[in-house]
Design a protein around this ligand. Structure first.
Ligand code: AMP
Ligand code: TRP
Length: 333
């Protein structure tokens, strides 16, 4: 069956191995399946829900675009664009904000995490962030949304909002209820310094993550310094319980090589972390360094990146513009 794919990544810099294995690698596989129609969005409107430096934001929009292309997304097959170029996203977000009950938003755990202790100081934008995400998805009649596990709750909200809109306005199936595409295994890549914390661009320690712009030497060094425990590696999955660092490194290895955890456990069971680390450094640097080199090359070609984004925005505008027009008609505007 052909799928309509939509996904987004924030241009907040430091894209890392978690973004790659949790999301971007799936985008590439979906892009390579000729049956699918894919739309990948650099969600710059989402990025400003927390304070951004103007010049940095501009660079990050291009860097995220470069990362998509360097990872293997083909801009002649898939639409790549940045959200702020397509007005319908913000307009749709307002309309959906007027449909979504506050009670639904109050349940969102990402807001609670990001707002921290002082909720009163968080922006209203951060609070309604998931509604903008729903607008992104619903404007394109997306059937499938590939994301990391942390976005599951936002997708459930998107589904609820679509169903409520269809019911409130008596327009069955107008907003397509999308399915999440979340990888079953290794959908959460953890910090290299703490196997219980998600690998994240906001972690103050750069040693906690492999950035997609890291050099081969940086990758080798970070894997060398990754946290371990003091036991040999197990040969069965259930023995990974309470060994988050072992689980994470074995999971990363399996995910990069597209192999099952069982196979990796067969390979390393009874061996020491140092054996795993040297193999992992090798597979990671051979996978990530070519992407890193390509990102650096593309970033120097701003005209090309801007052209990809402009062409993508034209195509996206055509689809989203039509949908928002119908949506406004349904409401009574
Ligand atoms: P963000 O950079 O927060 O916009 O996230 C972009 C995509 O990467 C989303 O689909 C996230 O779910 C995914 N992602 C971010 N961090 C991780 C992680 N540590 N493990 C797996 N997926 C992740
Ligand atoms: N909220 C997502 C994240 O932080 C990014 C995002 C915005 C997104 N709009 C989207 C993902 C639409 C999928 C579909 O990762």
């Amino acid at each position: 069956m052909s799928k309509k794919i939509f996904s987004g990544v924030q241009p907040t810099g430091n894209l890392h191995l978690g973004n790659y294995l949790g999301a971007i690698k799936n985008f590439v596989d979906l892009n390579n399946d000729n049956q699918n129609e894919c739309i990948f969005c650099v969600v710059d409107l989402h990025a400003i829900t927390v304070k951004q430096d103007k010049d940095q934001l501009k660079n990050n929009i291009r860097e995220t675009t470069a990362t998509f292309i360097a990872s293997g997304i083909d801009s002649s097959k898939s639409i790549i664009f940045n959200q702020s170029k397509v007005h319908a996203h913000a307009e749709g977000s307002w309309i959906l904000s007027c449909m979504a009950p506050m009670g639904w938003l109050n349940r969102m755990t990402q807001f609670k995490e990001k707002a921290g202790k002082d909720k009163e100081k968080a922006s209203v934008g951060l609070y309604i962030y998931p509604i903008l995400m729903a607008s992104d998805i619903l404007l394109y009649d997306a059937t499938h949304v590939p994301v990391g596990e942390d976005q599951k709750q936002h997708l459930e909200l998107t589904r609820d909002i679509a169903q409520k809109f269809n019911k409130d306005f008596d327009c069955e199936d107008f907003l397509r209820v999308p399915e999440p595409l979340i990888k079953k295994d290794f959908s959460r890549i953890m910090s290299l310094k703490d196997g219980l914390k998600k690998m994240s661009k906001s972690d103050p320690s750069d040693l906690s993550r492999i950035n997609l712009t890291d050099t081969k030497d940086q990758i080798i060094n970070k894997i060398k310094k990754a946290k371990t425990d003091s036991f040999p590696l197990p040969n069965e999955e259930h023995k990974l319980k309470d060994r988050p660092e072992a689980e994470n490194l074995l999971g990363i290895y399996s995910s990069v090589l597209n192999q099952t955890l069982d196979k990796t456990l067969d390979e390393f069971g009874g061996k020491n972390f140092s054996d795993l680390k040297s193999q992992l450094a090798e597979v990671l640097s051979s996978k990530i360094s070519p992407i890193s080199d390509e990102i650096k090359k593309l970033i120097n070609d701003q005209n090309y990146l801007d052209k990809v984004l402009a062409e993508g925005a034209n195509k996206a505008n055509e689809i989203a513009g039509k949908k928002i027009k119908e949506m406004k008609k349904i409401i009574g505007f």
